[in-house]
Design a protein around this ligand. Structure first.
Ligand code: NAP
Length: 486
């Protein structure tokens, strides 16, 4: 077994009061990778109090100093990227090349917001109806409770601490229990860059204890959450009772629409990557593929052929594998349940539909990339978030039909449209209900663009300018203009 990981409270690494720990397991082979301290309510409150105390100085730390410290943390993180990428693959299972991508993007996010820290400006105007000066202050919200999922444990954390630290907020972070290690190592870089004690606190432990305390305790003023819609709904209810700010990045069911005039040489590999990378465990993964009926046979042939050639492997042994294992038995059970439901209702498995054969897969949660046809809208695979490597394909005749099918879901995070016609692209981009629409691209993430969901996919946006603004409170200061007394 590897290292033991502790809690970070007010600048001190410590065991949990109870001495309890939990194991972090490699989903590719069930090896225990490390052991983590299991915090309870008491340590969570201590962490919140430390963040509250640190807020009084961090918020008034000059922007240039905050910025320099963030750049320093990003530089330390880059120096350690090889070790942390290995750790991320060990705890999560994603191929090493994907771990590197995630960590490189996270470092960029910290540098990006370190720059933004120095560009934060309020404004001034003269009174509309009287002799006054008006100043608009942009002030940090306060203590932020950051709660993140296991699928991108570092990246999605950087989207929160990046903008929050830049504007002067302080943090209590609860990493996901299934993959907390790389996130802890990421935050250790801020400690090693000499961030003041209490600005970032880490409490590992169960979501229903630690996470719930972070959400309900009056000290936290914002809940920055990424995770399932189910947990997000609970958090929204709790936050509403104290009118806390929330950003909720939740589940998705992304449609991938291949129009009559689409370029299949582009659409097939793009659909493939977004359906199966991270073993389909991305909130913006393709859940439903809609192909124009004229192209369907050709698309299905090429897509299934390519899917059957994808390399599934232990991502440490084969760093450039296409897919690793699923995160756990629960995830695998959902895949099996959705698959059985689809088959029972008439779907056809074109490729996959089972775990890969061989000794190397015996102890991990592996599953083959699976392509389904003859799917109908009432199947679970079309209605619920599978969060696994299943790509169901159905067909459409008209553009309006495709829009209607794309919108036939409670979710609204990402959507993809492949077409060579600008009018079609714009028509669909306006009508599809999703927070991000990719036209001839399979990723809606750009560090400068807003990322987030509509409908049951969430509230608020991360990244870009809007991601920074969501950590700020706006204050109007109105001052009488008058001649000073001599
Ligand atoms: P989850 O079960 O909701 O867990 C997410 C985080 O919330 C974990 O840290 C978890 O702690 C914690 N948590 C659980 N119950 C809590 C509670 N009552 N109060 C506070 N925190 C609590 O989600 P998941 O299964 O890890 O992640 C997969 C989901 O995330 C998918 O639905 C996916 O679509 C979504 N996701 C969305 C985005 C986006 O940007 N929209 C990005 C990535 C993933 P424990 O780990 O200790 O249980």
């Amino acid at each position: 077994m590897g290292k033991e990981y502790q809690l970070l409270i007010n600048g001190l690494w410590k065991e949990s009061e109870s001495g309890e720990t939990f194991d972090v397991v490699n989903p590719a082979n069930m090896d225990v990778v490390a052991r983590c301290a299991k915090a309870g309510q008491e340590e969570t409150v201590q962490a919140l109090e430390a963040a509250q105390k640190a807020f009084e100085t961090w918020r008034f730390t000059p922007a240039r100093e905050r910025s320099n410290l963030m750049h320093k943390a990003a530089a330390i993180f880059r120096q350690r990227i090889d070790t942390i990428a290995r750790l991320l693959t060990l705890e999560h299972g994603k191929p090493l090349q994907d771990s590197f991508k995630e960590l490189a993007f996270s470092a960029d996010v910290i540098d990006y917001y370190a720059e933004e820290a120095r560009r934060l400006l309020g404004s001034h105007f003269e009174g509309d109806a009287g002799p006054t000066h008006s100043f608009v202050f942009q002030q940090p919200l306060g203590v932020v409770a950051a709660i993140t999922p296991w699928n991108f444990p570092v990246d999605l954390l950087s989207w929160k601490v990046g903008p929050g630290l830049a504007v002067g907020c302080t943090f209590v972070v609860k990493p996901p229990s299934q993959a907390p290690l790389a996130a802890i190592e990421f935050l250790r870089c801020f400690e090693d860059a000499c961030f003041p004690p209490g600005v970032i606190n880490i409490v590992t432990g169960s979501g229903s204890v630690v996470g719930a305390e972070m959400v309900t305790h009056p000290i936290s003023r914002k809940i920055a959450f990424t995770g399932s819609t189910q947990t997000g709904l609970w958090i929204a209810e709790q936050a509403a009772k104290q009118l806390k700010h929330v950003s909720l990045e939740l589940g998705g069911s992304a449609p991938f629409v291949v129009c009559k005039d689409a370029d299949l040489d582009l659409a097939v590999p793009q659909a493939l990557r977004r359906s199966f990378s991270h073993t389909g465990q991305i909130c913006i993964s393709v859940n439903r593929i809609f192909v124009h009926e004229d192209l369907a046979d050709e698309f299905i042939r090429r897509f299934a052929e390519s899917a059957s050639k994808l390399r599934v492997a232990n991502g440490l042994k084969e760093p450039d594998a296409d897919m690793g294992p699923m995160i756990d038995q629960n995830g695998l059970n959902t895949v099996l349940d959705h698959l059985q439901d689809a088959i029972a209702n008439g779907a056809e498995v074109v490729t996959g539909g089972k775990p890969p054969a061989g000794e190397e897969y015996e102890h991990g949660y592996f599953f083959l990339p699976t392509v389904l046809t003859k799917v109908t809208r009432d199947m679970k695979v079309m209605r619920e978030e599978t969060f696994g490597p299943i790509a169901p394909i159905s067909t459409f005749r008209t553009i309006d039909e495709a829009v209607e099918m794309a919108n036939d879901t409670p979710y609204g995070l990402a959507a993809y449209v492949f077409t060579n016609d600008l009018d079609t692209a714009m028509y669909m981009a306006e009508r599809i209900e999703a927070g991000g629409i990719g036209v001839n691209v399979n990723d809606i993430t750009d560090i400068r663009g807003p990322f987030g969901g509509m409908k049951m996919s969430g509230v608020g946006r991360e990244l870009g300018k809007v991601g920074l603004d969501s950590y700020l409170e706006t204050k109007h200061v109105r001052v009488l203009r008058r001649k000073p007394r001599e």
